[in-house]
Design a protein around this ligand. Structure first.
Ligand code: ZN
Length: 409
C-alpha cells in the first residue's frame, strides 16, 4: 500500500544516514497502522526533518485499510469472476463462516414454515415472467415477493426485498463501472444513487406494468398506487413528447413526485426471488436486470439528467470528480448573454441567449455532453486531486446559482 506522494527533496538512497538525528529514522518500507495517540509524544521536529524521518514509514488509518481490502476484492472479481472474489475475501480474512463456495449459500436458505402458502394466479405468474424475461422454477417464492405484509397471516416480501436490494446494488455498480470507464468514484456513486433510488424503481414498476401484480389488501394503498400510477404515466408521456420536440434524449421524469415505497420494494423483492428460485445463481437476475431494468435506467438516467438544473448537476459532477477549478463565466454583449464553462483555464462549453438563466442552463448542458463525449477531458486538464490544498469555493461565487438580478426563468 502506498499513500504518500514521492518527495524528491527528501529522497535519499537506502544507506545508513550520514547525519545522526535525535529521532532515529525507521529503515525499509515499514507500513504501520496508526494506533490511538501514537506519534503524538515525540519531540518537536521541523517539517523537512519530519518528512525525512518518516520517509520509510506510512501511517495508515483503518478506513484506508478497509478501502484497499474492498478494492482488492473488486480487482479479483474484475480479473476473473465471483468465485475468485470469494476466495480472495476468505484469504483476506473477511468473515464468511460456512461459505467456502457460493453454492454453500443454497443449503443455508431455510424455507419459512408454519405460515399459510400464498396463492397467486397463473395469470399473475405469467405476467411477471414476461416482465422479468424469465420463468420461475419456484413460483411460491415469486408469490412471496409480490405480497405486501398487510395481507394478514402471510409472509411479506421484506426478506426478499432485503436480498434484492443488495443484488440490485451489485448490478448497478457493475453496470456504471463498465459504462463510464473514466469516471471517478464520486461520479459513479452519483449515477448509482440516481438509478437505485426509490423513485426511479417505482417509476419502472409502473411503466413495466409490474405494479398490477402486487398483492395487498389495504384500500388506502390501492388509492395511493392508482394516484401515483396515473401521474407517473402522464409525466412519462409528457417527457417523451418534450424530449422529441427539443431534440434531446428523455430524462428522469419521476423526480417531481413522491413514490409509494411498496412499488420500489417489489422490484427489489422480485430480483431477490429470482436469485433464490435459481438456487442462488444469477441466471434469472441477469435476465431481469439486463433485459428490463438496465435498458430502462439507461434510457432515462445519464450524467446530464442527474439534476433538474443542468448547472447544479454539472456543479455536483465536478464535486464528485474532486475538481475545484471550474466556473461558469457570464458576459453580456448587446441584449445577449454568453455563458462559458471554464475548467482550469480551458473552455469546456459555451452558450448564448438573451436570458442569462437560459444561457447558463444551455452552457451547463453542453458541458455535460462534452464531458460524456470526451471521458479523458478531466484527466487531461484537472490536477486537483493531486493538489488537494486548493480551497473550497461556493456555488454562487462560481456562477452556478442565480444572482438576484437574473433569478427569472
Ligand atoms: Zn480540477
Amino acid at each position: 500500500m502506498r499513500i504518500k506522494p514521492f518527495l524528491p527533496k527528501v529522497w535519499q538512497p537506502a544507506l545508513p544516514p550520514l547525519v545522526k538525528t535525535f529521532c532515529a529514522p525507521t529503515g525499509g518500507n515499514d507500513t504501520k497502522i496508526a494506533g490511538p495517540g501514537e506519534g503524538s509524544s515525540k519531540p518537536k521536529r521541523g517539517k523537512r526533518q519530519k518528512q525525512r524521518d518518516e520517509q520509510g514509514v506510512q501511517w495508515i488509518g483503518d478506513k484506508t485499510v478497509a478501502d484497499v481490502v474492498e478494492a482488492i476484492i473488486g480487482a479479483a472479481y474484475l480479473s476473473k469472476d465471483r468465485d475468485l472474489a470469494l476466495w480472495v475475501s476468505k484469504r483476506l480474512k473477511v468473515s464468511l463462516p460456512k461459505v467456502n463456495q457460493w453454492s454453500d449459500l443454497r443449503s443455508m436458505y431455510v424455507v419459512p414454515t408454519g405460515l399459510p402458502a400464498i396463492e397467486v394466479s397463473p395469470k399473475t405468474i405469467s405476467g411477471v415472467e414476461k416482465i422479468v424475461r424469465f420463468k420461475f422454477q419456484k413460483t411460491d417464492v415469486l408469490a412471496e415477493a409480490l405480497t405486501h405484509g398487510s395481507k394478514q397471516q402471510t409472509l411479506g416480501y421484506d426478506r426478499l426485498e432485503f436480498l434484492g436490494d443488495a443484488i440490485l446494488d451489485f448490478y448497478v455498480v457493475k453496470h456504471v463501472f463498465e459504462r463510464y470507464p473514466h469516471l471517478s468514484s464520486g461520479g459513479l456513486s452519483m449515477l448509482k444513487s440516481a438509478m437505485v433510488i426509490n423513485t426511479s424503481l417505482a417509476a419502472f414498476c409502473v411503466i413495466s406494468g409490474l405494479d398490477q401484480y402486487v398483492q395487498y389488501t389495504s384500500t388506502d394503498m390501492q388509492q395511493s398506487f392508482k394516484a401515483y400510477s396515473d401521474k407517473i404515466k402522464a409525466l412519462h408521456l409528457q417527457e417523451l413528447q418534450l424530449a422529441k420536440e427539443e431534440g434531446r434524449q428523455p430524462g428522469q421524469f419521476w423526480l417531481e413526485i413522491p413514490a409509494p415505497k411498496v412499488l420500489s420494494d417489489v422490484v427489489e423483492s422480485v430480483l431477490g426471488a429470482l436469485f433464490v428460485s435459481e438456487g442462488f445463481s444469477e441466471t434469472g437476475t441477469d435476465a431481469f436486470f439486463y433485459g428490463a431494468l438496465q435498458p430502462f435506467l439507461d434510457e432515462y438516467v445519464r450524467m446530464q439528467t442527474l439534476s433538474h438544473h443542468p448547472s447544479i448537476g454539472l456543479y455536483e459532477w465536478f464535486q464528485g470528480e474532486g475538481c475545484q477549478e471550474h466556473q461558469i463565466v457570464k458576459s453580456s454583449e448587446g441584449n445577449q448573454t454568453e455563458c462559458k464553462v471554464i475548467v482550469h483555464d480551458v473552455i469546456l462549453a459555451s452558450a448564448m441567449d438573451p436570458a442569462p438563466t437560459t444561457a447558463r442552463r444551455l452552457a451547463a448542458s453542453y458541458a455535460l455532453d462534452a464531458l460524456e463525449g470526451d471521458p479523458l477531458f478531466m484527466s487531461k486538464v484537472c490536477d486537483c486531486r493531486a493538489n488537494k490544498a486548493s480551497k473550497k469555493l461556493q456555488k454562487k461565487v462560481l456562477g452556478y446559482e442565480d444572482d438576484e438580478d437574473d433569478a427569472v426563468s
